[in-house]
Design a protein around this ligand. Structure first.
Ligand code: SIN
Length: 276
């Protein structure tokens, strides 16, 4: 078998995987372990032109970890990321993916990784961007590292939804607030010993800080973490599959039209590491 190689896609995040086709995805017994290691090293892995159907994506996802189940049907592990409400009843919430975020930050244990396959792409917009939160931590000065060690941040669904809808109805607000908020440290010390910064749309406020100061502080850290030179932007072709390590990567979709055909099939892998 040919050797699988990676080609870095930016200085701090993303690598293209070369040498994997559908046959190998299904049958190479060593591929899952290789992929998890490469994910830890690169944060996001791009498999161009793989054309994995739902069965192939779910089967490979299951070899990487425990896969979330969303619905019923033949492949209940597949969640369709589309703004078309006839394909996904939760489409209305997916505009939230246009802001930088880390999935599952209102949970005790955020998801480990996400696999996204392009079944239809947008005529315009719809790229996905990635930025490493390990690199964001590495950028801090020693003084910042010491100061940020004890900072705690409240994450909420409400904060994330407010970014795209600044004037919610009382019903919307009540619905958002029914999802409990979660407090996390700003700096996540992983089991591996690496440290990352926990930021993004769900970050509502810093505990004990004046609200305006807190907003400015979180916005500034996010802007630093996602400076253009720190971002890998993936322009999708039908058949591409990207996997990202949700524990150390912020991501966002670039806006696309609500009538767009863009249709991405997502599987998510449960995490096993609380933010601590
Ligand atoms: C997501 O945030 O899970 C989806 C990103 C995308 O649609 O590009």
């Amino acid at each position: 078998m040919t050797v699988i190689t990676t080609e870095r896609l930016s200085e701090t995040v993303g690598a293209e995987v070369v040498g994997v086709d559908l046959e190998r995805l299904a049958h190479d017994a060593a591929l899952a372990a290789w992929t998890l290691e490469a994910l830890e090293a690169h944060g996001a892995l791009v498999f161009r032109g793989l054309h994995a159907d739902d069965a192939a994506q779910v089967a490979f996802s299951k070899r990487l970890g425990r896969v979330e189940v969303f619905g019923k049907g033949e492949h209940p592990e597949i969640f369709r990321v589309t703004l078309d409400p006839t394909k996904n009843r939760a489409a209305g919430y997916l505009k939230g993916t246009f802001d930088w975020h880390i999935d599952g930050m209102t949970e005790d244990v955020p998801i480990m990784a996400t696999l996204l396959s392009a079944h239809a792409v947008a005529a315009s917009g719809g790229d996905t961007e990635f930025a490493s939160t390990y690199a964001a931590y590495d950028d801090f000065s020693d003084e910042e590292r010491a100061r940020y060690e004890s900072i705690r941040v409240v994450h909420s669904f409400e904060a994330a939804q407010l970014m795209g809808n600044k004037s919610p109805t009382p019903e919307e607000l009540a619905r958002w607030r029914s999802r409990p908020a979660k407090e996390h440290p700003l700096v996540w010390t992983h089991g591996s010993g690496r440290r990352s910064v926990v930021l993004g749309a769900t970050a509502s406020h810093v505990v004990g800080m004046d609200p305006a100061e807190s907003r400015a502080f979180l916005d500034d850290l996010l802007a630093r973490a996602t400076r253009p030179e720190r971002v890998y932007r993936h322009t999708w072709e039908v058949g591409d599959m990207v996997i990202w390590d949700n524990r150390g990567v912020l991501h966002r979709a670039r806006p696309y039209d609500a009538t767009s055909a863009r249709d991405m099939h997502r599987t998510t892998l449960y995490g096993d590491e609380a933010v601590q």
